[in-house]
Every structure is written in structure tokens, then in C-alpha cells.
Design a binder for this molecule. Structure first.
Ligand code: SF4
Length: 331
């Protein structure tokens, strides 16, 4: 066991804040080395301590799909990826029915997701109807385009507890969104009292450790309710296809290293399951409707709440019952 890596792991486990150089050290070990398994072990322990040993399954309902002009190269809705030449919007009745099913299935939070092409005012209108249909105690999260202070207030008024928002890997280069725009949205949300879920994603083999470190440190500053890390998913014909994707084994080391960097203060940690759940992932999603990994309108590459709960239990997690503790809606 490398002494320096051992010291960094101990520092994180003891509640110390690791610096950029130390995170670089963690990310630089071979993903199958003894050190990498110690990093994963530490991440799992820290994640358990941060969440009281309880994992959560959140559930997302996508209300529309592409072509989205923001052209994020990793997203199947990006106009440039030509997966969805025509826009498609689900009806309010369909969206409400999906949300109610997920709520009844035991999801700890229900998310509404829109592409950046969908009008924000329509999203708010739909959200109010969904909120009225859900149980009052159900945790309700928005996954939307960027917004300003007025937008944040409208989301809060519509009944959302928080948002999922990410400064993506390659933001501003492989997307048409300036990283500053993403940060302004997060600041507007926090000012209004909306809580933030975020992650270092979507990571591909072409990304440098330095960018992973930059995004991790950014997340730590944001003080989200959950962090995490995710690899990019393969989308045939996408503009990033030639770069390939990381394996789960490679991604799981990054997931673990990010947990050691964000520390105990962040209750949730999301990422791919299986190896990830052994590694410290205690938050995952079931998905209905459109999602950015779809390549056919009616094919959702997500999972049910039950399957996700089973996967977490297989990895030794207890699954929380009731509204999300990560979003502070359960003690
Ligand atoms: S990630 Fe969001 S903003 Fe980017 S292309 Fe996909 S739907 Fe549009």
C-alpha cells in the first residue's frame, strides 16, 4: 500500500478536507490496484456515515424530448446528435400518471425533467398540476434549463424542494452553455431556498484528471445535498461517440475519489450502480418518459423503483422509506 495514498485516505476518513493535489493522487492510482480498493472502501464507509446507512431511489419523469438547441454532445436530445429530429411532448395526464405510479412505488423523490427547448412557463404550469396531484409530503425536484431569480421563485412557488443541476464536463466546449450560466442558476436556486443535487458528469476517457478535480472542487463549494460522479453513456452516432466510454471499474474509482473529496457533509452520492453501490453510491434513479440516454421515443433506458431498490439492497444498503432525507424532507 502506497504510504502517501494511505495518508490521504485517512485524512478524508478522519473528516479532513483533501486538497487538489491529494485528489489528483487518488485519481492517479490504477483502477485495479490495492490502493483503488482502499479508496472505494473509504468512500463506502463515508457514504454510509453521511446517510445513516440509508440509500435512496429517486424517480424522474421526462416530459419532452429533442431536438434541443443547447447541443450537449453527450445527450441524445441534442439537435446535433440527430437522434430525435422531431420534438415530442407528453400529455399532462400521462405525466401525472407516471409521477403517481413512481410515488406509489416508493420513490423517495419525484423529479420532473424538461429539455432546454421546452418553454419554462409551460414547465411551471405542468409542475403545479403535478404537485397538486402528489401527496403533500412527497419530495419534488426539478431538472430544468437554466433560469434566473424569477425562475427560481417560480419553481419554489410551484412546490419544488430542489433542483438537479450540473456544470457538465466540457461545459461550454461540448455544450452551447457557458459554465457561468450554470453557476448563476445554482446561485439563484440557493438564494430562493431550493436545495441542489449535482455530480461530476458525464465523464469520458478524453477528460483530464484536472477537469475532474476542477468540477469536484466546484461541487464542494456549492454545498449540495448530494454529489456523485457518472460516466458518459454510449449513444450511437453522437458527436462524442469516437471517444468511447469508461468502464464501470474505471468510473467507480472516480466515484470513490469524489466522495473522499466532498466529505461527510454531503449526504447523498450518486453514480452507476453495481460496482458503484459497493463503492459508496447511495442514490440512484428510476426513470419514466424521456431521458437523455434514449435513442427511441418509447424506449426508456432507465429502471423501475423496485429494481433500483433491489440493486441497492444487493449491495448491502438499507433503502429509506418515505420522503428524501437527502433533500431534508425526512429527518
Ligand atoms: S443535456 Fe439538456 S440542455 Fe443539453 S442538449 Fe440535452 S436536453 Fe438540451
Amino acid at each position: 500500500m502506497d504510504k502517501k495514498i494511505d495518508q490521504i485516505i485517512r485524512k478524508a476518513m478522519d473528516g479532513g478536507e483533501i486538497n487538489e493535489e491529494e485528489l489528483l493522487g487518488l485519481l492517479s492510482v490504477h483502477y485495479l490496484s490495492e490502493e483503488s480498493f482502499m479508496i472505494r472502501y473509504a468512500s463506502r464507509k463515508m457514504s454510509e456515515a453521511a446517510s445513516g446507512g440509508k440509500a435512496e431511489v429517486h424517480a424522474q419523469v421526462g416530459i419532452d424530448n429533442g431536438p434541443c438547441p443547447k447541443n450537449c454532445g453527450f445527450c441524445s436530445f441534442a439537435a446535433v446528435n440527430k437522434v430525435f429530429p422531431q420534438p415530442m411532448v407528453r400529455s399532462l395526464e400521462e405525466v401525472i400518471a407516471s409521477c403517481l405510479t413512481l410515488e406509489a412505488d416508493g420513490a423517495n423523490a419525484v423529479y420532473l425533467m424538461e429539455t432546454a427547448k421546452y418553454p419554462f412557463a409551460d414547465f411551471i404550469r405542468m409542475a403545479k398540476e403535478v404537485k397538486a396531484a402528489l401527496k403533500p409530503e412527497t419530495t419534488f425536484i426539478a431538472n430544468t434549463d437554466d433560469f434566473d431569480d424569477d425562475g427560481a421563485r417560480a419553481l419554489k412557488k410551484a412546490g419544488f424542494h430542489g433542483i438537479y443541476h450540473v456544470v457538465h464536463m466540457g461545459e461550454g466546449t461540448t455544450t452551447a452553455i457557458h459554465p457561468r450560466t450554470r453557476l448563476k442558476t445554482i446561485a439563484a436556486a440557493q438564494k430562493t431556498g431550493l436545495l441542489i443535487g449535482t455530480a461530476v458528469e458525464p465523464i469520458g476517457p478524453e477528460h483530464t484528471k484536472e477537469e475532474i478535480i476542477e468540477k469536484t472542487m466546484l461541487i464542494r463549494e456549492i454545498r449540495p445535498v448530494h454529489a456523485g460522479a457518472g460516466g458518459r453513456v454510449h449513444i450511437s452516432g453522437s458527436v462524442l461517440e469516437d471517444h468511447g466510454v469508461l468502464t464501470s471499474a474505471q468510473t467507480s474509482l472516480i466515484i470513490a475519489a469524489v466522495k473522499l473529496a466532498v466529505g461527510y457533509r454531503v449526504r447523498g452520492h450518486c453514480g452507476g450502480l453495481e460496482i458503484g453501490a459497493m463503492t459508496g453510491v447511495n442514490l440512484t434513479w428510476a426513470e419514466v418518459g424521456s431521458n437523455p440516454r434514449d435513442t427511441e421515443t418509447n424506449t426508456v433506458k432507465g429502471s423501475t423503483v423496485k429494481l433500483r431498490q433491489d440493486e441497492l439492497r444487493e449491495a448491502g444498503w438499507e433503502v429509506l422509506e418515505g420522503p428524501s432525507a437527502m433533500f431534508g424532507t425526512t429527518a
